[in-house]
Write a protein of this length. Sequence first.
Length: 57
Amino acid sequence: MPNTFLTTPELCQLLRCSQTTLWRLRRDVPGFPQPGRLRRRLLWTPEQVSQVVALIK
């Protein structure tokens, strides 16, 4: 199975923002997708990544 999820650091690298900025976006922007959790890791699906990109542009 291919790795289809992004971790928070990978998403931040893609968006070119810090983890603090991503945390603030999750907190302050209505409708911002929330990641799934696998143990202690936050994982983002490709659909969520495309929603994030659409919201911040």
